[in-house]
Design a protein around this ligand. Structure first.
Ligand SMILES: [Fe+2]
Length: 561
């Protein structure tokens, strides 16, 4: 079934034409990408190990967790029929005390991915799991359930990550995290898990993309497999349950709902929704997501909640699928009227209601929003001129005011926002009015740097020069790649920015094996919004006006965050 005809000529609708038409009912458009393969299953004998993409777990509950694997033998040879995958969960690493076991079937219609929604486990426990196909067994994964709904856990440790452009280097950050942070309860991924681009001339040697820009389901599946073959990332997935959400590059740079990016290879709505369906399907297939997140054509319910007893509640957002178009021509620009329009939304009305309802009902000490682009304002132009990133909440000012205004009025307890997207580390006070330094601080935003994706060194002086114009910003570092660790207890929220070595000036990760070091750390005290620095440098580097101007020119020319 294709998009419903008669609504619009689907053959040629440009991005801006589509906006003028006011955004059609995209959710209603359902694309069927492939007929379901209704073939008999059987035990298939693989000629080589099918577990080359590793194992993963995710979305922990008090009584369960999702287990994941995807069959991909080195030979690439897969049967044209369904395959039985056996799984088991044990209380010990040696898989002796088995507590659950079962089997699932997978096949070509689901990219040979297997998802198991295991239930009936005990809360706040470590578990181990393994898959078997024929004579082949997978590595043993480790996972962990969350404390029960009525529980009052004393502490939680997790890390958050984002943006892992394969071409900008090795996943040393994942390797370091797996070796150095073994006590983490889970890892949150804030998006840009893959990048859609073709090979880059500036790719780190050995890390080039293996084909042109990806568009079809086969392309997206292949790209996910390329990324998953990275040993360090496989180890991180094996070690920790993940809570994932996507940003733009899992489909296409800077798309907004059904609107592709300017100059897209899939310029019509029909082409783009077909592509979005392919990107979402491959994303689901490759992530440890619950079947409730399984996409239907171009639609996928990804926003969801995670509770950690009464210590923390996580609202995991999707700010791509339902957002209005980036205003004022996108990019880094002065705001035009459209950026201030009440119609602007990042979440869509339904998700916005869901977010507020969840926070209203929350009993949690810390109320964490895990999402994609920077929520706090940042004026990137030093001096009287202004420049804002239209892909961030700065292009959606009314939506931000609604959200921060709600946090304030509803007296949401200890709001914390976690953000990715911009490939650099930041700390912001969330203000009721960013234009008024003396206005109330209602929460704190921590923006984590990328696993690999680049933040060109020439942009650093631009941000630094604009710091005096943005007094709510407590920290910025653009030179490092890594991950961010959060340690919560009932009295404080400690955020530690961890960095891995990069090529000087380039910011790319050129060494696969590395140790992470602490770049800076910040504490938020219970009941006192706003972060206090407890470790790391407090003064910014200085640069010349020439460097700042040059960097600003490059920043405004770049589009592919
Ligand atoms: Fe990114």
């Amino acid at each position: 079934m294709g998009i419903e005809r008669g609504m619009v000529d689907p053959l040629r609708v440009s991005r801006k034409d589509f906006v003028r038409m006011g955004g059609l009912g995209v959710a209603a458009a359902v694309l069927g990408l492939e007929a379901s393969a209704d073939r008999a299953f059987a035990d298939f004998k693989f000629a080589s190990n099918p577990f080359t993409l590793g194992v993963a777990s995710g979305d922990p509950l008090p009584d369960g967790v999702v287990l994941w694997t995807r069959l991909a033998p080195e030979s690439g040879r897969l049967p044209n029929r369904r395959v039985r995958v056996r799984w088991k969960v044990a209380a010990d690493e040696n898989m002796r005390t088995v507590v659950k076991r079962g089997e699932v079937f997978t096949g070509p219609e689901r990219g040979f991915a297997a998802h198991v929604d295991v239930r009936g486990l005990k809360s706040d426990r470590e578990y181990y799991y393994r898959f078997r196909v024929g004579d082949y067994v997978s590595p043993v994964g480790r996972t962990r359930t969350t404390p029960g709904f009525g529980a009052s856990p004393a502490a939680l440790a997790f890390a958050f990550v984002s943006c892992q452009d394969y071409q900008n280097g090795f996943y040393a950050a994942y390797g370091a995290m797996a070796r150095q942070e073994q006590d983490l309860d889970f890892v949150v991924h804030l998006g840009d898990y893959i990048y859609e681009y073709g090979p880059s001339e500036t790719a780190v040697p050995g890390r080039e993309h293996d084909g042109p820009e990806i568009i079809t389901l086969a392309d997206y599946r292949k790209r996910h497999a390329l990324y998953k073959r990275d040993e360090d990332m496989r180890e991180a997935h094996r070690m920790f349950p993940f809570v994932v959400t996507f940003d733009d590059h899992e489909v296409e740079n800077n798309y907004a709902d059904a609107i592709p990016e300017e100059g897209s290879e899939t310029p019509t709505m029909r082409q783009f929704l077909r592509r979005r369906a392919a990107g979402y399907k491959a994303y689901y297939e490759n992530m440890p997501l619950r079947p409730s997140s399984m996409p239907q054509g171009p639609d996928m319910r990804l926003y969801r909640r995670l509770n950690y007893g009464d210590l923390a509640q996580f609202s995991v957002l999707d700010t791509r699928q339902y957002r209005t178009d980036q205003p004022c021509g996108d990019g880094f620009v002065e705001r035009c009227a459209a950026a201030l329009s009440e119609r602007q939304t990042m979440t869509g009305p339904e998700q916005e209601r869901w977010l507020k309802e969840g926070m209203n009902r929350s009993q949690a000490r810390w109320n964490v929003t895990a999402q994609q682009t920077m929520l706090a304002e940042y004026d990137f132009r030093a001096g009287p001129m202004e420049s804002f990133n239209m892909d961030q909440w700065d292009g959606y000012v009314a939506a931000r005011n609604r959200f921060i205004g709600f946090l304030n009025k509803a007296r949401v307890r200890n709001p914390i926002t976690l953000t990715g997207d911009i490939h650099s580390a930041w700390v912001h006070d969330l203000k009721t009015d960013f234009a008024d330094e003396t206005s109330k601080t209602v929460g704190t935003e921590f923006v984590g740097t990328s696993i690999t994706s680049s933040f060109p060194g020439v942009f650093i002086p631009v941000v630094e020069a604009a710091r005096p114009d943005n007094p709510h910003t407590k920290f910025f570092d653009g030179a490092n790649r890594g991950y961010t660790r959060c340690d919560l207890n009932r009295e404080r929220y400690l955020t530690t920015f961890k960095a891995v070595p990069t090529e000087p000036g380039q910011g790319s990760v050129v060494t696969p094996e590395a140790t992470s070091t602490t770049l800076a750390a910040f504490v938020v005290e219970n009941g006192r919004p706003g972060a206090v620095q407890v470790e790391g440098p407090t003064t910014a580097t200085t640069s010349t006006q020439g460097e700042t101007d040059r960097g600003y020119g490059r920043l405004t020319a770049r589009e592919n965050w």
